[in-house]
Design a protein around this ligand. Sequence first.
Ligand code: F6R
Length: 617
Amino acid sequence: MCGIIGYVGKASAAPILLEGLRRLEYRGYDSSGLAVLNGGNKIEVRKKSGRLANLKGLIKESPVAGGCGISHTRWATHGEPSDVNAHPHTDQSGKLVLVHNGVVENYQKLRNVLAGEGHVFQSQTDSEVLAHLIGKYYDEGDEEDLQRRLVEAVRVSLSQVAGTYGIVAMHADVPGFLVGARLGSPLVVGLGKGENFLASDVGAIVSHTKDAIYLQDRDLVYLTQDDFSVEKVDGDLSEYEVSTVDFTPEQAEKGEYPHYMLKEIFEQPTSIQNAFRGRLIDDQASALLGGLGLTPRELRDIDRIVLCGCGTASHAAMVGEYMIEHLARIPTEVEIASEFRYRNPPLDKNTLAFVISQSGETIDTLAAMREGQRKGHRVLGIVNSVGSTIARESDGGSYLHSGPEIGVAATKSFTSQVTVLFLLALLLGRMKHLSVEYGRNMLKELRELPAKVEKILLQSEHIRQIALKYIDAPGMLFLGRQFNYATALEGALKMKEISYIFASGHASAELKHGVIALVSEEVPSVFIMPRDSVYEKNVSNLEEVKARKGPTIAITTEGSTELEEIADDVIYIPEVTECLSPILAVIPLQLLSYHFSVARGCDVDKPRNLAKSVTVE
Ligand code: F6R
């Protein structure tokens, strides 16, 4: 939530900042702004509400020049999206500028104190208070080394902040010098030749450098174009390492696709393969998840599993619960991270906890992990973003290797999360009662998945035609059973978040317990009903909807042609073992919501009110 990029170097800062903001826009798009220090030690600020295009227009009218600057794309927390609430924010003197990602929880108290001292605020934001605070301590400082004085001002100010921050600050009297710090909101240092960067995400800087330092909480960094230094906000030494970014700038672009979401849907044959590549052991008919760091004895002793995540990741966790209980017979629970962190659930020593997160930065998931660790538990991560906070702080785990996911709606991360959870279920199952033959069959099924996904993707146009048929639908129901109950929830989430129509997912049998009241001629019901152990039950539920004149769309296994007589529309998926069916069944749902929303004129990559990575509570 909110994207930050700062630059110091020989090049002109504004184009680099604007390009970085374009790559960060998925983190928030309520407003954007930048500040550049020109040669005459004057800070020029340009900011504008709405999409980045508005800021670009403003800069075209009123250009800025200089080789040192900071910028921000905002997801509003305190204060409506407006020009004045856009970042950067300036202090009382007008010489210090700051961009901030996070929430200053005690901002009202700090603001009152500063107002009492004569500070006048322009915006309703919590962030502006931080700018004033840093500016005040800078002005009061007596350190002759101005760089040091700015660092100290940042340090003292942050010690008074309750809440979270990823910040970059710059002062007109300290040219060519940026100070950054993080607590709870990500910040990465990019190391170039004769230039350095600070950004919320490596995606913003990968076209300039592949050398990055993923800062840890309470790290404070300052940089010039040729040098940098990392220490702790409290002055202690900080340990850091320089990592190499694991993807190319091209991977972070949408290429020939009209939207990132469509690109990412079409990447799934590859991303699913990447999730299991090198993790199948044929001679043991099992899976290898070396990153778990558990001995065979420890794995055997696990008698309960907790899977924790938010949104789509929690739906993947639900599929995981069914898979693990089915294949490994280990009781498994799914916990919504925001509930888990405050609920204080009992965990005993043989419980294995996983947090699941594409971004590795979701604040509730991160807090749930830390809460588990605080109680002395080992908490493992299933994460996509390399170097993210969860990846670094978890006690081991598995990467998804999906490559960057930029469309706000999660697509390929869901199928990769389910794939990794399947590997876990298989590994645990093979430690217990699953036969070699069963294990071999599962490996075969996994290997066949990418080609089956390709086959579904070929139906994109057919699915688009179905979407167009229901284009005026005011709402949509998604129904599934067993492994595909979670798929129904995920289908509904995709539909509502990008099309803004009401959509809800249910276990098909729940229809008669209330949901059926929503069925009408205008509201289509999408049944996820592969030919599996509950197929006939789903057919009965579909008939019940039909009897009430509700339009129906069935997603079923190739060959179930009898459904063409009952359902209004049928989408086929290839035959697959029951527990892997969500990976195939979700693809038509992703395409349905995509085509439906595009046809309704929605911005599917940047749906209203949302941001990709939820780093505030
Ligand atoms: C839905 C979606 C969100 C995320 C959720 C968790 O399409 O993208 O529901 O799944 O915010 O995000 P991560 O996986 O980054 O923790």
